[in-house]
Structures are given as structure tokens and as C-alpha cells.
Design a binder for this molecule. Structure first.
Ligand code: BG6
Length: 496
């Protein structure tokens, strides 16, 4: 296994991965299952070791017991293998630490193998207010040398100012090339496929601009509520939790210029240009171009669910839904609306990028045959299923007496049959592997996250200045009616 790893990744150093917040929900739901699968698929070198670090006063056995139980509950029974777990468990250790006091970091220093020329990856899966302290203690214990990389989970701050403070605190210890800001949406297979679609084909590029594209929509629709994370979510809301990061990253991949290579900075330079070209939404335009909503009680999938305020039993103006129109001020995208929409407790779960091309300039088909020529669309589904469809007009087969009839059909551009039957990877698998291999292409650079905050701050400031309350919507609906009005104002409608 080691040999194939070295051939593939060109490294022969022992690697230690410390997961701060190792007993937390993200670690249990995503990180350990991802590492388990990477291991079982032969992608982890033999001497990669994983150390959970958290405040809980556990020993290794106690920690392993928790990881084991949670792992079994999070991965499908078909993919769980006891012998594989036993092999994987050998990699895992645990060290109690206190990120504020700094206790336990000396034990971490003894556990890792930097002295043997090894590499260390520290994954910060804690609240961002601890990031600075963790960095300080890593440095004080000799764990912040040139062979250490750190992974920062979102949210990085809650506005530009606090984001800068977090970035400064981490940047005081680690150089930017060793800081990996993770956005798990970039690890999704179809998101990377978007890069392939755009830049490995010549077909789309001539149309990929304001002359060829009528509108772009990005929707991340969730059926869940705040899942017991009320206090985090209430400080955050849909704009900061989803739009500032995941949705703007997707927008960047759709809108960016072709990078000259797939190198981290080549890609990130292009994404940054997009973020910096986002037209600020002024206070005057705020109510035309953005809608904030908050769910009230309703039913999702036939099950009655309480409203956001009922869950919290307190007043709140936090939005659980946001829809807006973004404009990109550059030659390529002048005048093309990018509609972004995300919310909790919507009718069903899906994430999609929808691109509508311009219609034909003139129809040759007779009016009496009642034909509407739908414009072509490219629909990129990220979840629940992963697929890419190109919708085109086609003749209805047959010998109709009243002339030719047309219909819209979709060409399936998705992955091969073989890929479809394969296990769907957790987005974190790709990203964990990349950080172990020091590849930062799919990670977010400091200037990107700050540019994204600068734009998003303008929107939330507008809401505050106008004293806007989020508009109520019943759980299980597509958000407030104002969201429908938003696209219709510009002659479009949501692709539901
Ligand atoms: C997280 C948000 O970043 O993404 C959550 O904090 C959200 O609120 C989640 O539920 C959605 O991720 P996915 O991959 O399930 O669409």
C-alpha cells in the first residue's frame, strides 16, 4: 500500500493528523468516516496516524469506543467491515487537551513524529475562537515548524473584521501556504466535475458568457432545521452559514476565467477576481435584490415540524432562508443575473447549479403548431443524486398530421455507469487526502474569504440599516413569496 501511495503522491514521510475537536459532531459524522474509507480504499499510507484531541478526559480505549459506535451509525452497513475497522483503529490515538490553557500539548508533542522528519496536519474542528490559542500552544510546544499544516473549518469569523482577526491569529504562527481553509462543497464530486466540464471541453466556452447565458441559479435546499445547533446557527443565519462560503465558492467556479493550470494559486487567483467583481448590493437595492426568511411551523415530508422560534423559545431575527440576485461586474458576465437561494426546512433536499442559455434568435417552426422553444439548460445536480444534464429541444418521434412537434429532452452528461455504481464519496475524503498531500487547490485562500465577507457584510448591513425582519415562511414551502417575486422582477423564475 505504501509503495502505491508513494508513487501516487510522491511522499515517504510519516504523517500525523491531529483532529482538535476530535470528539465533536463533525469529527464523528464526517472526518472519521472519511478517514475510514480512505484507509479501506488504500489511500492512506501505512504510517499515517490520527490523534483525536479534545477536552474530554478519555483514554485511548474510551475514545476508540466512541469513534467505533459513531462510525457504525454513520456509514451504511454494507460498507462497514469489522476487520477493516480493526486495521483502521490501530492508527488512532487520543490526547486530552485544553485549547485555552494549553494543557496536553506537551503530550501531543511527544506523540507526533516531527523529529523523524515527519509531517503534521492539525485539523481545527473547534469553534474558531480557539484557533488562535491552538496555534499559540502548537508553536510553544515546537509543533508549528515548516512541516506542519493547519486546516481551518468554517465559519472563519462572522464578518470581515472577525474573519481578519482569526486569519491574523493563525497567520501569526503559520504562513499562508500552510493554512488550508476547508469548504466541503469543493470536495463534492460534481463540483470538481464542473471544472472538467468547463475546462476539458471546448464546447461550452464560446457560450459561457453574457452573449450565451441568460441566467444562472444556485440552490442549496435543505429539509433539516438547525439540528440542535441553535446557538451557533442563531449567530450565523443562512447568509453567513451557507452563502458566504459554499454558495459563493460555487458561483466562483461557474464564473471564473479559465486558470492557466490547476495549481492552487492559479485557480484561487481566478476565483478571487470573481469575488472582487461582485457588485455591492446597496441599501437602496437591498429589498429588490435580497430576501431573508424564517420558517414557522409546517410539515416537511409529511411530518409536522415546529417553527424556528418555537425550537428556540426566544425571539430572533436570524434568517433561515436567503435568496438574492448577484451581479458580476466584468465583461464576461455583464447583465447576467446569478440567483442564489438557500434555506432550511424547504420541501426537499437538493443542491443544484442551473444555467439557462439564451433562446434561439428566431423560430422557424410555425406558430399554429403551438410550439414553445425552451431555451437550452445545463443542470448540475450536486445532491442528493450527482448528475449533469443538458436540456435540448428535440423532435417528438412519429408522423403527426399537423406538422412537427418538439419536446425538451435531457442529455445525461453524468459520470460513467461504472462511476455511478461506485460508493459515493464523502466530500471530506477528497479534501483530507489533499491536505495530507499538501495540495491546496481545493482550499480557500485568505483573500478569497475576506473578499466574500466584504460582499456579504454589505447585505447584512443593509438588512440592519433598514431594520428588516426576516419574512416568515411555513416549513415545507419554498421560502417567502418575496423570493418568487425576486426572480420574476427580472423576468425569470426559480427552477424547482
Ligand atoms: C454546513 C452548514 O456547512 O453545510 C450546515 O453549517 C449545512 O448548516 C451543511 O446543513 C450542508 O452541507 P451538505 O453537504 O449536507 O449540503
Amino acid at each position: 500500500m505504501r509503495d502505491s501511495f508513494m508513487q501516487e503522491h510522491g511522499t515517504n514521510r510519516p504523517s500525523d493528523l491531529i483532529i482538535f475537536g476530535g470528539t465533536g459532531d463533525l469529527a464523528m459524522r464526517m472526518l472519521f468516516p472519511s478517514l475510514y474509507f480512505l484507509d479501506s480504499d488504500g489511500h492512506l499510507a501505512d504510517d499515517v496516524r490520527i490523534i483525536g484531541a479534545a477536552r474530554s478526559d478519555l483514554d485511548r480505549d474510551g475514545f476508540l469506543k466512541t469513534v467505533h459506535e459513531r462510525l457504525k451509525s454513520h456509514i451504511a452497513a454494507d460498507y462497514y467491515d469489522e476487520a477493516q475497522w480493526q486495521r483502521f483503529a490501530k492508527r488512532i490515538d487520543y490526547c486530552p487537551v485544553d485549547a485555552v490553557e494549553g494543557t496536553g500539548f506537551d503530550a501531543l508533542a511527544k506523540a507526533v513524529r516531527l523529529d523523524e522528519g515527519g509531517e503534521l496536519v492539525c485539523y481545527f474542528s473547534t469553534a474558531p475562537r480557539f484557533y488562535g490559542d491552538i496555534c499559540t500552544h502548537l508553536e510553544a510546544n515546537g509543533l508549528a515548524g515548516k512541516n506542519t499544516r493547519v486546516v481551518l473549518e468554517k465559519p472563519i469569523g462572522h464578518d470581515l473584521e472577525s474573519c481578519r482577526a482569526v486569519n491574523d491569529a493563525v497567520g501569526a504562527v503559520f504562513t499562508e501556504d500552510r493554512i488550508y481553509r476547508i469548504d466541503h462543497y469543493l470536495g463534492k464530486e460534481t463540483v470538481q466535475n464542473l471544472l472538467a466540464l468547463r475546462f476539458a471541453n471546448s464546447l461550452f466556452e464560446p457560450l459561457w458568457n453574457a452573449n450565451g447565458i441568460e441566467q444562472v441559479q444556485i440552490t442549496i435546499s435543505e429539509t433539516v432545521g438547525v439540528e440542535g445547533r441553535w446557538s451557533y446557527y442563531n449567530d450565523s443565519g443562512a447568509l453567513r452559514d451557507m452563502l458566504q462560503n459554499h454558495m459563493l465558492q460555487l458561483l466562483c467556479l461557474v464564473a471564473m476565467e479559465p486558470p492557466s493550470t490547476l495549481d492552487a494559486d492559479a485557480v484561487r487567483d481566478e476565483k478571487l477576481k470573481v469575488l472582487r467583481s461582485l457588485r455591492p448590493i446597496t441599501k437602496q437595492e437591498n429589498t429588490l435584490k435580497s430576501v431573508a426568511g424564517q420558517y414557522t411551523e409546517g410539515a416537511v415530508g409529511g411530518t409536522a415540524v415546529p417553527g424556528y422560534l418555537d425550537e428556540a423559545q426566544q425571539e430572533s431575527r436570524t434568517e433561515t432562508f436567503v435568496a438574492l440576485r448577484a451581479d458580476i461586474d466584468n465583461w464576461r458576465w455583464r447583465g447576467v443575473p446569478f440567483y442564489l437561494r438557500t434555506g432550511k426546512r424547504l420541501p426537499y433536499r437538493y443542491s443544484e447549479i442551473f444555467i439557462q442559455f439564451k433562446g434561439v434568435p428566431h423560430s422557424i417552426f410555425p406558430e399554429e403548431s403551438n410550439l414553445t422553444l425552451d431555451s437550452n439548460k445545463l443542470v448540475i445536480r450536486l445532491q442528493p443524486e450527482e448528475n449533469i444534464k443538458l436540456c435540448v429541444m428535440n423532435k417528438v418521434p412519429g408522423l403527426g398530421r399537423d406538422g412537427m412537434k418538439l419536446q425538451e429532452v435531457s442529455l445525461d452528461l453524468s459520470m460513467t455507469k461504472e462511476a455511478r455504481t461506485r460508493r459515493r464519496r464523502i466530500a471530506y475524503e477528497r479534501l483530507l487526502l489533499d491536505v495530507l498531500n499538501a495540495n491546496s487547490t481545493l482550499f480557500v485562500r485568505r483573500d478569497e474569504t475576506e473578499a466574500a465577507w466584504a460582499w456579504v457584510d454589505g447585505i447584512s448591513k443593509g438588512w440592519r440599516d433598514l431594520d428588516l425582519k426576516p419574512k416568515p415562511y411555513s416549513a415545507g414551502t419554498w421560502g417567502p413569496a418575496a423570493s418568487v417575486a425576486l426572480t420574476e422582477r427580472y423576468g425569470h423564475s426559480w427552477h424547482d
